[in-house]
Design a protein around this ligand. Sequence first.
Ligand SMILES: [Zn+2]
Length: 138
Amino acid sequence: MAFELFEPSKAQLGEEKLQKLANRISRKFKVNKIAIRLRGRRQYSIYFGRHIVITLRARDRIEHLLHEFAHHLQHQNFRFAYKSESPHGKTFKKMLWKLIMWYYKGNPKLYDWDREYVSVGIYGLKRIDRLNKKRAGK
Ligand SMILES: [Zn+2]
């Protein structure tokens, strides 16, 4: 079965497909391409500035990619904020939200906010709440 990149699936993508997705995000958000490497046994994936390492054991590699790519967007677009804010500060959160809204086609609930860092998860859930109210016309 062919895998559709935009399907909110828990399928474990291999390195090549993760790279294709990363390239697609780079084009969409007009930032430099970044190399994706799939390796390591750590619990968390990492953004290095030059490449992203996604762990082999990541339960959902797409979500790891989206999170790490938000660091890339922050680094490429807001270098000052990247240096002065905490790694998961407000610029990071905004970038992640933008990425998730695009990837999940306006349905940010599909992202697993519960597995995010606590402050990021709270931010996401609050924005979903605001979005729901706005959509309900309140
Ligand atoms: Zn992070």
